[in-house]
Design a protein around this ligand. Structure first.
Ligand code: ZN
Length: 319
């Protein structure tokens, strides 16, 4: 069943020229080469796109027994405990990175959005990693009471676990985006595996809501420029990052989360947060009212991009 619907391409109709299209495109061939020694190197070669060479070097200090790992392209994602694990299970270790903007994000490209240039006093609240069976409904109540719209980047395997909450998110005017199926560190994945994670999630959201997500947010922000361009080319999905990060996943407490969001937000901001964190949900009344009090309006990511409202769009499957 997985990915079956996504494999049936969703195509544009004449009246829906701007509608996104889902189709199976690039499938890469992945080869992992290893060389031995205390410092192992792993190179990932993807054909026909031979540009990605992600190398990992792992060593153990014989004096301390402490493992050190150097990820040549993205060292910011490695935690100390992950590095220790890395010597025996290098790829699994990379699945517990730190949330951060990609290092190559400074080189702007059409496939990547961190904020929107706009004279309008509008911001986009985004909530990642849900749905959460208890916290997401509480958050939805808060948004409903204030008549505000937000964007939820959902994890595919949670969509199929709590479809009623997913349906409620869509029914109440919020947008749903794609946040992968299992929340892995996609920067280490082949194109084939990346597209499988994304297609399976789009498929699940389509089944529940009747429409596919039109934007993607990579778990941990971990998605290379080459991958962002590949996804845009293959699935017409822009990668939505953020301009405000309250670091709420570190659980600094509700008032700190609210303060950081209020401090960082300005017109066009895209605000990252997580509705699986109780502190984040607790921070929302103060955050939402504070932003409103400054005259800022709330928009979904589609609205901020100048697209039609996600809920009003119609999609059809290609034959
Ligand atoms: Zn996430």
């Amino acid at each position: 069943m997985c990915g079956a619907l996504a494999r049936q391409a969703l195509s544009k109709t004449k009246s829906e020229e701007n509608e996104p299209r889902l189709s199976i495109g690039v499938s890469g061939e992945t080869r992992i080469a290893r060389s031995g020694g205390t410092c192992r190197k792993f190179s990932l070669r993807i054909k026909p796109l031979l540009r990605l060479h992600a190398s990992v070097c792992c060593t153990v200090n014989p004096a301390t027994g402490v493992a050190h790992m150097f990820e040549l392209n993205r060292r910011t994602f490695l935690s100390a405990s992950g590095a220790a694990l890395a010597c025996t299970h290098p790829f699994e270790a990379l699945a517990a990175p730190v949330i951060a903007l990609p290092k190559d994000v400074a080189q702007r490209d059409a496939a990547t959005v961190m904020a929107v240039r706009t004279p309008s006093p509008v911001v986009g609240m985004t909530f990642d990693d849900g749905p959460h069976p208890k916290l997401t409904p509480i958050l939805l109540d808060m948004l409903k009471a204030r008549g505000l719209r937000a964007t939820f980047y959902l994890i595919g395997n949670r969509v199929v676990t709590w479809p009623d909450i997913v349906r409620r998110i869509a029914d109440e005017g919020h947008e749903i985006g794609n946040h992968s199926w299992t929340h892995p560190n996609l920067a280490r994945y082949s194109d084939k595996k990346v597209l499988s994670e994304i297609d399976r999630t789009s498929d699940a959201i389509f089944k529940v809501t009747g429409r596919p997500p039109v934007t993607f947010r990579p778990p941990y922000g971990s998605f290379t420029k080459r991958q962002r361009l590949m996804l845009y080319e293959a699935r017409n999905l822009p990668t939505i990052l953020w301009s405000v990060d309250p670091q709420d996943w570190r659980r600094p407490g509700a008032s700190v989360v609210a303060k950081r969001i209020l401090k960082g937000s300005k017109p066009g901001a895209i605000i990252l947060s997580h509705d699986i964190q109780s502190g984040t949900v607790k921070a929302m009344p103060q955050t939402l009212d504070g932003l409103s009090g400054r005259g800022l309006k709330f928009a979904t990511v589609s609205q901020m991009m100048g697209w039609p409202l996600w809920q009003s769009r119609r999609f059809r499957r290609a034959g």
